[in-house]
Design a binder for this molecule. Sequence first.
Ligand code: PHE
Length: 359
Amino acid sequence: MNVDVLKSELLAEVSAATDLAGLDAARVAALGKKGKVTAAMKGLSGLAPEERKSAGQALNSVKDAVAAAIEARKAELEEAALEKQLQEDRLDMSLPVRPESRGKLHPISQTMDEVVAIFGAMGLSVREGPNIEDDFHNFGALNFAEEHPARQMMDTFYLQGEDGRADQNKVLRTHTSPVQVRTMQTEKPPIRIIAPGRTYRSDYDATHTPMFHQVEGLVIDTDITFGHLKGCLQEFCDAYFEVDHVPLRFRPSYFPFTEPSAEVDIGCSRKGGELKIGEGDDWMEILGCGMVHPNVLTNCGLDPEEYQGFAFGMGIERIAMLKYGIPDLRTFYDADIRWLKHYGFAPLEAASLERGLTP
Ligand code: PHE
């Protein structure tokens, strides 16, 4: 075996390596346990002592030369990899700042954040449900009788069934109340939740859009009264409208899923066309509420002899319009950047009761 041939062959393999994995393969092939240099070393034992000495020295020098070449090639490859990455990561610092204005939080998002912050501080946590609901969760479990006019009252969007005809089972949820049902079906009392989200009704004018938002509240335990409901809503209104004591008026009303039911008005004044919350002798409706109907508890698997509770549902757009003086509901969904600039909120400053609701 010619030691010089072996050496140049191994050095060629090292310099041919184009990446670190290839280089390591060359190292193993030369110096590894089954490598060529190692094998040649083992062959030395068959030689005469004189020959063995000189051949051993020659092989050792091959070994050193290959090891040094590997180190050098490794440094080269690492340098090249770094250079390549620097090239790819290069930023052109001479580009001007983008001229567009920064984005803002939509008043709906802001209002939802405020609502979640206030009820969150009272110990209610957020639940969500699907926007496409079935008849049972949107109506049936909520004590709407089969032919009850309230189903029509809600201007329901029915979805198309597989046969192409209207599917009487799947609907776009007309309110957030189905989340009450889903929560009672899956959680054990005490239940203290709010469910903010999108809702849909086939209606369109200055005060109605086909998609809008509600927040549902549900509190269930063994000792919940209408007094708790009033206290909870009073707390909420004072915090949300940032007024010491917003006058609230509970008007008897009807919902199939609550008994008794009420609609709640807040005291306001409309002098000179300007709306002021918390003063004056006018009233403005803001939400529906009541004690959860025993049938609803039963439909959801709770024993009405043991549990009772209250629920409420509030329009997010409506309370946003009242607090921020936004006159037309339809403008919420025009996606007009000038509108958002005017009515939007600074991002990244989450609403909290300690820090203040609005940035
Ligand atoms: N779901 C009712 C609506 O959309 C509001 C409501 C919720 C009323 C909970 C009472 C209790 O009009």
